[in-house]
Ligand binder design. Structure first.
Ligand code: EPU
Length: 438
């Protein structure tokens, strides 16, 4: 597949597309299958590269994975789990951050795990200190080696009491995947409670785990000695749904996103309405459209759930370049998620980034050297440009900008977008976008 899209922009995106299961849930549910003593079946699985990467990693560890891509069904049989060779795992280094979540399950199954250098999007340092601290608290021995990190559990894993410094999604998942089969009770305070995490808890409960989610971000787990396989339908991808919604707004279009669900998108929908977008929710999905007239500027702060997701921020910023007045966006989850705005400025947007915490509460990046607030002044027409995709969500935002801009843009590196957006070129075609891939 070639890696550059020539986009002839300026046409409203109109039509209907379907989103399937959430990337940030499906990959974790696949890892959870490692904990079972029988096969699992996961439904509503999208065809994206992150699923292929996790499939490859599971296969390296002896899990048999079979996929019916059209039906979106994966079966995962972990009955022959074995240690993978370091060199093989290392070949996957750089392609995903998921390997870190293999630790708990592999420690339970094999007593050891190896984690290659981690990839993922270039949106900040993305350290793994919380993950390693959690594993150590369960009794694991962590050793940093040249090619990666080697982890052992010579005396098994014991339940523990932990408070996260920040409600990290990955660290909460790490804890869940480790605690469910650890010896005794585990309590996590300041846990992340994203819908994708609650659906992972659904999966683990189906497997036999005992987990309660209390008020105030406290999760309690009673370890059990064995877990079975599961059958589960993944919740829908609310990041992809919001990305298409922002594309509808930025191009003055009208997109029916089948599969989009309201409860997980409440905060996005409020913001979408405040900006001037309209939507209609029905059982099949959500229709997002630009009603005509001017969009309105807003003040927005990203946050952990139930706040406005950081992954919704970048696509929406493109729409905000078309809103009347000054919008302020304060990014509080990642320290470095405005790099993608450089390309938008190159296309004619007026966006300035600041180190200060603007328009909201002081966040942990406040007194540090990070450009994590943006002021967007609009509306500004966007002009076509040649753009290099920086990361998954920033890349999709660039696509939206190119679709909104008059003229022909060349967007290169779009292979990155396949990581998290299923069949996105087919969907663009279905929405009437004019483009060619070369
Ligand atoms: N953090 C640490 N130490 C750690 C772990 C996290 O300091 O050990 C910090 C991070 O640097 C970041 C913050 O905590 O500043 C939040 O990170 P979190 O752990 O919540 O993020 P993640 O688990 O690495 C997942 C998604 C991201 C999404 C975030 C926030 C997956 C595979 N990735 O990342 O999705 O932005 O949660 O909701 O689930 C994407 O889909 O494009 C994407 C980046």
């Amino acid at each position: 597949m070639r890696d550059v899209l020539q986009i002839h922009g300026g046409t409203p995106l109109e039509g209907e597309i379907t989103v399937r299961g959430a990337k940030n849930f499906v990959s974790k549910a696949m890892v959870a299958a490692l904990l079972g003593d029988g096969p699992s079946e996961l439904r509503n699985v999208p065809v994206i590269r992150d699923v292929a990467v996790v499939t490859g990693l599971l296969e390296l560890h002896g899990v048999t994975v079979t996929a019916d891509q059209a039906a979106g069904v994966l079966t995962l049989d972990p009955r022959n789990v074995e240690s993978a060779h370091v060199a093989d795992i290392d070949a996957h280094a750089g392609s995903s951050r998921i390997p870190i979540l293999f630790c708990g399950p592999l420690l339970h199954r094999l007593g050891e795990a190896f984690i290659p250098d981690l990839g993922g999007c270039r949106i900040g340092d993305r350290p793994i200190n919380y993950h390693l601290d959690i594993l150590r608290q369960f009794g694991a021995v962590v050793e940093k080696r040249e090619q990666g990190i080697h982890i052992r559990a010579p005396r098994g894993l014991q339940g523990t009491k932990i408070e996260l410094p920040y409600p990290s999604v990955g660290a909460t998942e790490q804890l869940l995947l480790t605690a469910v089969r650890a010896d005794g009770l585990t309590e996590l305070s300041n846990a992340a409670i994203e819908p994708e995490i609650l659906d992972l808890i659904n999966v683990l409960q189906k497997m036999g785990a005992i987990i309660s989610v209390d008020t105030d971000r406290v999760i309690r787990i009673e370890g059990v000695p064995r877990l079975s396989g599961y059958r589960h339908t993944a919740l829908s991808d609310r990041i992809e749904a919001a990305s298409w919604a922002s594309a509808a707004l930025a191009t003055r279009g009208d997109i029916m996103v089948r599969g989009a669900t309201q409860p997980e998108m409440t905060t996005f929908l409020n913001t979408f309405r405040k900006v001037g977008g309209e939507f209609e929710v029905d059982d099949a999905g959500i229709r997002f459209f630009h009603p005509g007239g001017d969009l309105r500027s807003i003040v927005l702060e990203t946050d952990v759930h139930p706040g406005f997701m950081t992954d919704w921020q970048q696509p929406l910023v493109v729409a905000l370049t078309q809103a009347k007045g000054l919008s302020i966006v304060h990014e509080t989850v990642y320290e470095n998620r405005f790099g993608f705005t450089d390309a938008l400025v190159g296309m004619g947007a007026t966006i300035q980034v600041y180190r200060e915490c603007l328009g909201g509460h002081a966040c942990r990046f406040g007194q540090r050297n990070f450009y994590h607030s943006a002021v967007i002044s609009g509306p500004t027409p966007l002009a076509a440009a040649d753009i290099e995709v920086p990361d998954l969500r920033g890349g999709f935002s660039h696509l939206i900008a190119a679709l909104a801009a008059k003229g022909t843009s060349a967007v290169s590196g779009i292979g990155l977008i396949d990581r998290g957006y299923e069949h996105f070129t087919e969907k663009l075609a279905a929405l009437g976008a004019e483009f060619s891939r070369d």
